[in-house]
Write a protein that binds this ligand. Structure first.
Ligand code: GLA
Length: 732
C-alpha cells in the first residue's frame, strides 16, 4: 500500500519504493511533520517531535506547561499568527486586517490515482497501471472559515511525491492571500548543503553548493518568468553526499512565472525548505465561496546521491508531464538559421541553406527571427505578425513547400508575448501591454510585454498564430520570450486585483499554450526565453524541448548542460552545433567536440551549412547519422554525470539503456596539461556480471565499474571522444 492512514492515531504515511513521508495530527489538531527520508516500516514516528519546554517561544494557550510551540515543532504547513516565526507556507489577510490563520485538522481522504488541479497543469499517471495514489488533507480556521486542502500524490516506483495547495474561502467576507507556497518541508535536525542553479544570460544553471548555516537563504525569480538567475529546481544534501552516495532531497516547481524558495536553519538546528509562488509583489483576493490553487511542487529523496535523484526526476519529466506526442517519439534534427544569417536572408538564401542542410542530414529547417513586418533588426516590428513577402521574395506557403521539396520539414520562430514600441500593433493597442499608468514604459531589447492576463490579447495571439500555422506546412514552432517583465500593471484589473497580475499572466500563458498545442498536436513546440531563461516544468508540459542557452560554445555548454541535467532529462535540452569561432565566446573547438556535446540533448545545427567545405559536410553528415542512431538511447536511458566540468579537466558522462544492454560514454578535455597524470575512468550503471564490448575489447561490467577504463594519457585541448558500449554474449 502506498498511502497508509492510521485514523485512530491520525498518522498518515506515504510510502514510495525507497522513501517514507509521514505526518501526524497534533494534540490541538495542527498538522505536524514527522519524517521524510529512507523508507521505513510504517510506524508512528511522532516520538521524534520535541516535547520539552519551549524557552521563550510562543505556544498555544491550551498548553499550560509551556510546551507545544509551533515555532519548535516540525510542521506540515505553517501559517501566520500561530507562533511559528520561521518562513511560512501561507500568509493571509482577513477582512479585519489581521494576518492569522490557525488551521486545524478536519478530514483526510484517500483519492485513487493522481489528483487533478482545476486551474493549473500538473503531473499525471503515465498509464492506468502506474502505481499512483493521492491524499487530500483538509484543515480549517474556525473563526474565518478559511479552509485549505493539502494534496499529495505518491508515484511509488519513481520515488517522487507531488504536492499542491488549494485555499477555499467558506466564510462570509473576502480575504486576501499574500503568500502561498506549494511546499514546506521541515527537518527536526540536520547539517545540510544547499545546491542551487544560478546563472545569467548565456550562462544558465550553474551548479552552486553552499553550507546551510543558521540563517534563511531566500532565492527565486522576479523576472516574470522562472528566470535564468536561479532555477526553481534545487537540492538539500548531507555534507558528504556525492553523485553516488549519501542522502539528498530534490525540489522543483511546476510553474513558469515568479517563484520564491527559502532554505532555513533555525536556532535549535531544525531546517525548513519552502517553495512556491513569488511573494515579492503577490496578493490574491478570495471572495466568499472562491478557491485558489497554488502550483504543483515536486519532491524526491534519494540515499544514492544526486544520480538517484536525477533519475527520479528524469523519469517523471519523460513520462508524467508533457502532453506533446513528441515527448515520446523521435525528434527531428533541426537546422536553425539564426546564427547562420541573423536578419540577413531572403527566401532563396534560405532554400540554399535548406539544400545544404539536407546534405548534412538535417530533417527540419527553422526560420528564426526576421520573417515578419518591418523586422530588419531587433529594434522593431514584434507584434506585426504578417509575413514580409517582399523580403522573402515569396509567400510562407511557397517557402515551406519548397523546403519540403528539398526534403526537409519547415519550422518557424515566434515571440508571441511581446510587442515592439515601433510596431503597428503597439500604435494600435498600447493598452495591450503591461505598463504603469501615465509613465514611460521600461524597455528590454526595445520591446514591451503584452498583457496575457487579458482575454482579448490571448484571443488575438491564438488567431494570429493559427493563421500562420494554417497558411503553410509548418511542423515546428520556436516560442521565444526575450525580456523580463518589470512593469507589473494591467489596465484590465482594478486596484484590488493588481497584485494578482503576475500569476494571472502565467495562467493566461498556459491557457494560450494549451489551446494552441491542442489545436496543433502535430507541431513540435520548442520553448526559448532569451536563450534558457524559462527552463521549467511548466513549459515542459506543452513543449517537450527548450532551447537550453544561446551559448553554444562546447566548453561553456558542458557547465550549462551539467547543471540543467540535475532535474531535466537530455531530451528536453535543445542543443546545437554552431560555427567557430563561437559567436558568444570566440572559442574554436573541433567539430566533433561540438557535436559530441550537442548530442547530450535534442540535437541540431545553428550554422550556415553552405559555408562548410565538402570534407566538413561529409564529417557533419556522419555525426548527424550517429546522433540519429543513438537518439533513442540518449532520450530514454539513465544519465550518469561521471565528472563535473566545474572541478575536472576531463568532463565525462554516460547514458545507460534501461535494460543495461548498451551505453554511450562521452569525454571532453577542457584544459590540456603537459605530462598529464594517469587517468582511469570508472563507468556506472552497467550489469556487473555481463560482458561488454568497448572498442574491440571485452570487459565485464564489474571490471568497467570498479577497475575502470584506462584513458589515453595526453589529450589535445577541447578534444573529445564518444564511445559506444554494447553488451555481448560470453562467446562474442
Ligand atoms: C533570442 C533567442 C535566439 C534567437 C533570437 C532571435 O535571443 O534565444 O535563439 O531566436 O532571440 O531574435
Amino acid at each position: 500500500m502506498t498511502i497508509i492512514l492510521d485514523k485512530s492515531a491520525n498518522v498518515f504515511t506515504l510510502q514510495s519504493k525507497h522513501s517514507t513521508y509521514q505526518m501526524k495530527v497534533g494534540k490541538l489538531g495542527n498538522l505536524l511533520h514527522t519524517y521524510y527520508g529512507a523508507r521505513l516500516s510504517a510506524q508512528d514516528l511522532s516520538y521524534l517531535l520535541f516535547d520539552g519546554e519551549n524557552h521563550f517561544a510562543p505556544y498555544p494557550s491550551e498548553f499550560s506547561n509551556r510546551r507545544g510551540s509551533l515555532d519548535i515543532l516540525s510542521q506540515e504547513f505553517p501559517t501566520a499568527g500561530t507562533g511559528d516565526l520561521r518562513s511560512l507556507g501561507l500568509l493571509l489577510e482577513n477582512a479585519d486586517g489581521s494576518r492569522v490563520l490557525d488551521l486545524r485538522f478536519v478530514e483526510v481522504k484517500l483519492l485513487p490515482g493522481k489528483y487533478a488541479l482545476e486551474s493549473l497543469p500538473a503531473f499525471f499517471a503515465a498509464s492506468d497501471d502506474e502505481k499512483v495514489e493521492s491524499l487530500e488533507i483538509t484543515l480549517r480556521d474556525e473563526l474565518s472559515q478559511v479552509e485549505i486542502q493539502l494534496l499529495y500524490a505518491v508515484f511509488e516506483d519513481k520515488d517522487v511525491i507531488t504536492r499542491a495547495l488549494r485555499v477555499k474561502n467558506l466564510g462570509e467576507q473576502a480575504v486576501r492571500i499574500k503568500k502561498a507556497q506549494s511546499l514546506v518541508l521541515d527537518f527536526h535536525s540536520g547539517d545540510f548543503d544547499l545546491i542551487h542553479f544560478q546563472g545569467r544570460w548565456a550562462m544558465e544553471r550553474q551548479f552552486e553548493r553552499q553550507a546551510l548555516t543558521h540563517s534563511t537563504t531566500s532565492f527565486g525569480s522576479n523576472y516574470g518568468v522562472s528566470g535564468n538567475r536561479q532555477n526553481p529546481g534545487f537540492l538539500l544534501a548531507d555534507k558528504a553526499t556525492t553523485e553516488d552516495f549519501g542522502d539528498c532531497y530534490g525540489f522543483n516547481l511546476l510553474y513558469s512565472g515568479n517563484w520564491t524558495a527559502t532554505a532555513e536553519k533555525s536556532s535549535l538546528g531544525q531546517n525548513r525548505v519552502t517553495l512556491g509562488l513569488g511573494d515579492a509583489d503577490f496578493s490574491w483576493q478570495l471572495l466568499p465561496g472562491e478557491s485558489f490553487e497554488a502550483p504543483e511542487a515536486l519532491l524526491s529523496f534519494s540515499n544514492q546521491g544526486f544520480t538517484g535523484l536525477s533519475h527520479n526526476f528524469h523519469d517523471m519529466v519523460r513520462e508524467n508531464l508533457c502532453l506533446s506526442k513528441y515527448s515520446r517519439t523521435a525528434r527531428p534534427v533541426l537546422l536553425n538559421n539564426w546564427e547562420a544569417t541573423y536578419f540577413d536572408f531572403d527566401g532563396e538564401k534560405l532554400l540554399e541553406i535548406a539544400a545544404s542542410a539536407k546534405e548534412i542530414g538535417a530533417d527540419l529547417l527553422v526560420l528564426d527571427d526576421g520573417w515578419f513586418g518591418n523586422r530588419f533588426d531587433d529594434n522593431r516590428a514584434l507584434g506585426d505578425w504578417h509575413v514580409n513577402e517582399e523580403k522573402l521574395g515569396m509567400s510562407m506557403g511557397e517557402l515551406a513547400r519548397r523546403v519540403n521539396e528539398a526534403g526537409l520539414k519547415f519550422g518557424i520562430w515566434f515571440e508571441p508575448e511581446m510587442v515592439s514600441e515601433d510596431s503597428d500593433l503597439y500604435r494600435l493597442h498600447p493598452d495591450w501591454t503591461l505598463n504603469f499608468p501615465d509613465r514611460k514604459p521600461l524597455l528590454g531589447r526595445n520591446q514591451l510585454n503584452l498583457d496575457l492576463s487579458k482575454k482579448l490579447v490571448r484571443v488575438y495571439l491564438f488567431e494570429v498564430i493559427s493563421k500562420l500555422l494554417d497558411s503553410a506546412e509548418i511542423s515546428y514552432l520556436k516560442w521565444d520570450m526575450n525580456r523580463p517583465i518589470s512593469d507589473w500593471y494591467s489596465s484590465g484589473l482594478d486596484r484590488e486585483h493588481q497584485g494578482e497580475l503576475q500569476h494571472r499572466y502565467v495562467l493566461g500563458l498556459y491557457e494560450l499554450l494549451s489551446s494552441l498545442t491542442t489545436r496543433y498536436p502535430d507541431v513540435l513546440f520548442e520553448g526559448c526565453a532569451s536563450s534558457g531563461a524559462r527552463f521549467d516544468l511548466g513549459m515542459l508540459v506543452y513543449q517537450p524541448q527548450i532551447w537550453t542557452s544561446d551559448n553554444t560554445d562546447a566548453v561553456n555548454r558542458l557547465k550549462i548542460q551539467y547543471g540543467t541535467s540535475f532535474f531535466y532529462p537530455l531530451s528536453t535540452m535543445g542543443a546545437h552545433v554552431s560555427a567557430v569561432p563561437n559567436h558568444q565566446t570566440g572559442r574554436e573547438t573541433p567539430l566533433e567536440t561540438r557535436a559530441n556535446v550537442a548530442m547530450a540533448g535534442s540535437y541540431g545545427y545553428e550554422l550556415d551549412p553552405t559555408k562548410l567545405t565538402e570534407a566538413e559536410k561529409a564529417q557533419t553528415l556522419v555525426l548527424t547519422e550517429r546522433y540519429k542512431d543513438y537518439q533513442e538511447l540518449i532520450f530514454s536511458g539513465d544519465y550518469y554525470r561521471l565528472s563535473s566540468p566545474f572541478d575536472s579537466e576531463l568532463t565525462a558522462w554516460q547514458i545507460v539503456a534501461k535494460d543495461l544492454s548498451e551505453s554511450l560514454l562521452t569525454l571532453v578535455a577542457t584544459n590540456a596539461e603537459g605530462n598529464p597524470p594517469f587517468n582511469y575512468l570508472k563507468l556506472k550503471g552497467l550489469d556487473a556480471t555481463a560482458l561488454y564490448e568497448v572498442e574491440d575489447h571485452k570487459y565485464f561490467g564489474s571490471v568497467l565499474m570498479n577497475a575502470g577504463l584506462r584513458l589515453a594519457q595526453s589529450r589535445a585541448d577541447y578534444s573529445s571522444q564518444q564511445i559506444y558500449i554494447r553488451k555481448v554474449d560470453k562467446d562474442g
